[in-house]
Design a protein around this ligand. Structure first.
Ligand code: AMP
Length: 285
């Protein structure tokens, strides 16, 4: 497992390992790795012969009042976790390697970055698409794996890839959860013991929606109302949004459709958590 910290060295390494029938697989992360990240790495391992994982806490996707400076960073622990997964390279640049002082070029998927999480986190998705575009140019992957945990992010990246003709296949891997249903997240470590208990409310509200849909309910407003009632019983959690959108447009829908995205964001204490459910085929009666 080679550890690379400069863009030029990473470029070289990818170039040297590109060969017919040898796909380059890529998993971008911000580190503080957990089993959710590792599941993406395993998926990439299945899909590609040469696997690169990046660890980069991207400053441009954090708002001025967000947790950039306190975001957990532990490269040694991350490398240890990755060393058991038979990957080829970890790309772990410093911010100055990615953004020069006079950096001026950004990539933005218009409108989509303002919806859902974008309304609370202005500029966030512009930071994400910019860094992912840069990482794609540096790593030059054939396939990149993203988590459904950040469904809006994955859909936006898919759109960027389509709109800008990146030659990269985007694979979206399922959400990995703790045993009580909480979606794994590097930010879960901010939660106090009490908040950790409350944090399952996101998953519980999604489960309620699944049950209602399974029983044949299709009216989004009434299902969301039932989800809000679950949050009402958890005073330390405050809903940021619950939205049900068409996955291809991110536009709100009134009636549940197969493939649509039910996305939830909530503050538990001061920690903002997200979770979602994509309605599978056949779950409607
Ligand atoms: P992050 O380090 O938070 O930027 O996440 C890096 C990648 O891991 C993104 O594609 C996330 O969607 C994915 N990811 C984070 N948490 C999970 C999870 N619980 N299950 C699956 N994928 C995840």
């Amino acid at each position: 497992m080679k550890i690379v910290s400069t863009a030029s060295e990473m470029h070289e390494l990818s170039r040297a390992n590109r060969a017919p029938g040898c796909r380059i697989g890529f998993v971008p992360t911000m580190g503080a790795l957990h089993d959710g990240h590792l599941s993406l790495v395993r998926r990439a391992r299945e899909l590609a012969k040469f696997v690169v994982v990046s660890i980069f806490v991207n400053p441009t996707q954090f708002g001025p009042k967000e947790d950039f400076s306190k975001y957990p960073r532990d490269l040694q622990a991350d490398l240890k976790k990755l060393s058991s997964l038979d990957i080829d390279c970890v790309f772990a640049p410093e911010p100055g390697e990615i953004y020069s002082q006079d950096f001026r070029t950004h990539v933005e998927v218009e409108d989509w970055g303002k919806r859902l999480c974008g309304s609370t986190r202005p500029g966030h998705f512009r930071g994400v698409t910019t860094v992912v575009a840069k990482l794609f140019n540096i790593v030059t992957p054939d396939v990149a794996v993203f988590g459904q945990k950040d469904a809006q992010q994955a859909f936006i990246i898919r759109r960027m890839v389509r709109d800008l003709n990146f030659d990269v296949e985007i694979v979206i891997a399922p959400i990995v959860r703790e045993s009580d249903g909480l979606a794994m997240s590097s930010r879960n470590r901010y939660l106090s013991a009490e908040e950790r208990r409350s944090a399952t409310v996101l998953f519980r509200s999604l489960q309620k929606a699944q049950t209602l849909v399974g029983e044949g309910n299709v009216r989004v407003s009434s299902i969301v109302e039932s989800m809000r009632e679950i949050f009402d019983r958890e005073p330390s959690a405050k809903i940021d949004y619950i939205e049900w959108v068409d996955s291809t447009t991110l536009e709100p829908i009134d009636e549940v459709e197969e493939g649509s995205l039910l996305a939830v964001a909530a503050f538990v204490g001061s920690t903002r958590l997200i979770d979602n459910w994509i309605v599978p085929a056949m779950s409607r009666h």
